[in-house]
Design a protein. Sequence first.
Length: 463
Amino acid sequence: MRGDDGYGSESKKDSVLGLAGVGVGVGAGDKRMRPITRRAILFGIPAVSVTGAVALGVAAEHSENARHQRALNPPVNPGPATVRTPGTLAGPAAAPGWSVTVSSSVRAIAMAAGTVVLVDRFGNVRGYDPQTGVEKWQPSVVFFVNIEAPLMVVGDTLYGYDADGDVLAVDATDGTLRWKVQIGTSGVDIATVQGSAGSLVFSTGSIEGQGGVGAGVVGGGGAMHGKLWAVDTAGHGVAWTVDGLDYNLAVAASEPAGVVATADEIAYRLTAYSLKDRSVVWHRDTGNAESIGLPISPAACLTVSGSTFYWGADKLYALDAATGTVRWSADGPNPADEFQSVVVLAGQGAGDADLVVATTTGAGGGTLSAFDAATGVTRWVQRGSAKFGDKTSLTAATGTGAAGVLYAAEDDSGSLFAVDAKTGQTRWTYHDAAATADLVWTVAADDARVYVAYGKNLMAFEH
């Protein structure tokens, strides 16, 4: 049995996940442990008792539609793959420039202020030197970890949240807490902090009872309902909230269009709210939510570039951020493919136009596909292993010398792929055949290196 990977034999009393919250007693003094939420059950927190977790989710939401019921049937944690190979994306093998063992399994990483910042499974925020892998500071801030979502970085500040309903702002240069804002006093369940516009950062989640904290609540109703919070990073308070959301983990804001959009993973609806008065500006439905499953990477299905939102659902949609008009849509390479993670690479398309790259999943296997950002024309398609796209983390290299390299870290095959964005050809592959499929692979990049973490492993590769 493994030790500290979140699924081994160590005591779960000190784990922020525990037994996925099923049958775990939470002490009053333990601020990092909470019972599992329905969102956590749906979106893949591993559990020792999967049957018990699913039963709790069904009992709590007996009015679920047929699409929810289908999504709850598969096992939450599929376990190791039968054959662990890098898939057809595989290229020449690469070795890391440095590799270190961290003290606890990593849940997410990001680059901020010249530091590799990571959050481990206990929620500890840690920082490492990007050139050597040496730990720069000891953790003094603890985030609450209940889903797999990208870390939110603006400038030299890392944003997250705790178990008490606070949004936290952390100085990425030394790991200290700059400030925090309480957005809910009791019954609050923050899902993610994602998206920014000017001095605002956005958070989604749910809260018991009516209303919220801060000025101007739109909507109402329900004992447990979803919310969107706009947090003012200048005034350190809640600027406004929007009520009545469902499971909206993906958030992106377009300052040129003056809107912030949230993606509802239940109904496959994208809704845009005014940054000025938080009114609904427009919404867009896929029209066939009953025929497709819950997204595997719900927090990564939406991104923005200027005044265009790119949204992965049954198709890949390019939407005018101001009006919601569909500029173009594209199908996946295989029939009934569903789009998962979406990223935009500046200047990597035809004639130095932008390029949109997305993962898909489907019966025909997973793919990595690139589209012209202006027209939706397919530029290239690469096919991965059967489960490629299932919790596959994407990032792009930054900086003049490193631009044009896309990185995909795949949980199931235990691989990191470096892909030429112009051609779709794999430059190199790092593959760990000993890594089990239940480990989270997460990736980040700067202008010199790409950094990948899985389990207790943190390593860097030169571009």
